[in-house]
Ligand binder design. Structure first.
Ligand code: FES
Ligand code: MG
Length: 573
């Protein structure tokens, strides 16, 4: 980049005549009603993601206005631009399939359009990772703003928040404990404001991770979507984006091995979403940073769970914010953090944490010496069923199932699962292990199918949890004794595909292992006949299937990682 902000001259369109390109661009920009004075200012792009299919981003227009206000007040020209938006529950077969598409859209539009820095506004599960992946690769000065979490609703005196309570009530409905009139009433009371899911699901976890990485302004991760401070945070993010033009700090300066480890500590301490492990691997992977599962487990074994939120605990994001939010949590985690990382404002984490916090609600954010759990919320497993690893959310599982050996009840894919899981004749007992195959990235785009329902006949008999294993993901708002992200997945010949009904499987959280108790030679024999599923003939799904990586590499596309040095280095001025 040149020393002076280039504003509209950034990346001039190549007609073979740069003076003409400048003349034409300024003329066309004028048609948007921008004064001559405005045309000469540095430009802050605002990646906005409103969509009629994304409830979590409903307040996007207000946020864009507030960011623009901050940009203008700091003397630059705000230019909002759209990218695709991913509303979690409106995407088929799964939003995960489109995260990389959004990351590419974000990267390319940052690179292709004239801007000196960018504010990324996202919120729903896949949007923040997509924006951070894109920004990491584009490597223009960038700042992440999240839309913020929903506030809770009420049902018969009980607080409700999407979407842990969605699952709780649905399980009670499936078990015949509540009737159709009540589940209809609950449907209207779960998601009652704009914003992302109200618990420590994937969206909230990624918001906390963005702040822990240093990519969002301090204190902004947890502000509720409808709180006035959310707009103040937006205005300040706009102002900070102008500051970034001068400081020239890029995502590569902010996202480092150390800040990634800080983010992992936060993920573990909040009892955060399993999905965040995949997303953080993808973001870090863009910069050539890889945290092996052995290191992940070291961090997990020494990072206590401190925040008491659903799905692992009790509260909602609005409680976390009122209790002191990320500032209070980071203060508590201080002895475990790398303090020489910097945020987008250029401030060292150690300097941020040298400032005292005014108050913390210990009912929600525990102290290091009185944790909810002495070890982190997530653990990586390996074994002959998952040679490249798997993830288990011990914070949201049943401790009595941590050491289990059981008989496999196998479903060969999503269709098989939905056809047979509630069959009254299904041969299944509470101490069996439910196995779902062919739901990994190649097979199915890695949907959130890892939260296999408890077979109806067992649910009706009062069974609340069973060990379930798959190469799929599960929602960050879900809970249960569930082994996820098994790699390599069944569809690429992973040993998960060799499991047959009646095989014995052993799970040991103490040993961090998941094993199929079948002779290696027999496993090999069964896998010898493996044929990968056909690749779609055309379009994005074909690209996806040919290039998607496995979960430990973040399910990024192979051609997007590792990242080359910044290539949006701008134009002849
Ligand atoms: Fe958007 Fe849950 S559906 S965060
Ligand atoms: Mg989710």
């Amino acid at each position: 980049m040149s020393d002076k902000p280039l504003g509209l001259d950034n990346g001039l369109t190549n007609y073979g005549d740069f003076d003409f390109a400048r003349f034409l661009r300024r003329s066309f920009a004028r048609s948007m009603g921008i004064s001559r004075e405005g045309l000469d200012k540095p430009i802050v792009g605002i990646a906005m993601t409103p969509s009629g299919f994304n409830n979590c981003h409903r307040y996007m227009p207000d946020l864009v206005d507030a960011v623009s206000r901050g940009v203008l007040a700091a003397g630059a020209l705000p230019r909002p631009f759209p990218t695709i938006s991913l509303g979690e529950v409106f995407l088929n077969p799964t939003s995960m399939m489109y995260r990389n598409l959004m990351a590419m859209d974000t990267e390319e539009m940052i690179g292709a359009q004239p801007m000196d820095s960018v504010v990324l506004i996202g919120g729903c599960d896949k949007t923040v990772p997509a924006q951070l992946m894109g920004a990491a690769s584009a490597n223009l000065p960038s700042i992440q703003l999240v839309t913020g979490p929903m506030s809770t609703g009420r049902h018969r005196g009980q607080r409700l928040g999407a979407c842990t309570d969605c699952r709780g009530f649905w399980a009670r409905y499936r078990a015949g404990k509540i009737d159709s009139a009540e589940i209809a009433a609950v449907e209207g009371r779960l998601s009652v404001t704009a914003g992302t899911c109200a618990v420590m699901g994937t969206a909230s976890t990624m918001a906390c991770i963005a702040e822990a990485l240093g990519m969002s302004l301090p204190g902004t991760a947890t502000i509720p979507a409808v709180h006035a401070d959310r707009l103040v945070a937006a205005e300040q993010s706009g102002k900070a984006a102008v500051g970034l033009i001068a400081s020239k700090l890029t995502p590569r300066d902010v996202i480092t091995r150390k800040s990634v480890e800080n983010a992992l500590r936060v993920l573990l301490a909040v009892g955060g979403s399993t999905n965040a492990v995949v997303h953080l691997a993808a973001i870090a992977g863009r910069l050539g940073i890889k945290v092996p599962f052995s290191r992940f487990n070291e961090l997990s074994d020494e990072t206590p769970v401190l925040v008491d939120l659903k799905p692992a605990g009790e509260g909602y994001m609005e409680d976390f914010h009122a209790a002191g939010g990320m500032g209070a949590l980071l203060h508590e985690l201080r002895p475990l953090l790398h303090l020489d990382t910097i945020d987008v404002g250029g401030r060292r984490l150690g300097d941020r944490l040298a400032e005292p916090i005014d108050w913390v609600d210990r009912a929600v954010i525990r102290s290091l010496d009185n944790p909810i759990s002495k070890v982190g919320g997530l653990v990586a497993l390996t074994g002959n069923l998952a040679p490249d690893g798997a993830i288990f959310k011990r914070a949201a599982a049943t401790a009595s199932l941590f050491e289990s050996e059981g008989r496999a009840v196998v479903f060969t894919g999503l269709e098989d699962l939905s056809k047979r899981i509630d069959d009254p004749d299904l041969d299944v007992r509470p101490d069996d292990i439910l196995v779902l195959q062919n739901a990994g990235p190649h097979a199915a785009g890695m949907p959130e199918a890892g939260y296999l329902p408890i077979p109806r006949k067992l649910a009706q008999a009062g069974v609340r949890d069973m060990v379930r294993i798959s190469d799929a993901r599960m929602s960050g708002t879900a809970f249960g004794s569930i082994v996820l992200h098994i790699a390599p997945e069944a569809a690429v010949g992973g040993p998960l595909g060799a499991v047959r009904n009646g095989d014995r499987i052993r799970l040991s959280i103490a040993n961090k292992s998941i094993d199929l108790l079948v002779e290696e030679a027999e496993i090999k024999r069964r896998l010898a006949g493996h044929r990968p599923p056909p690749v779609p003939a055309r379009g994005y799904k074909s690209l996806y299937r040919r290039t998607v990586l496995q979960a430990p590499d973040g399910c990024d596309f192979d051609f997007l990682t590792p990242c080359e040095p910044a290539r949006h280095g701008r134009t002849p001025g």
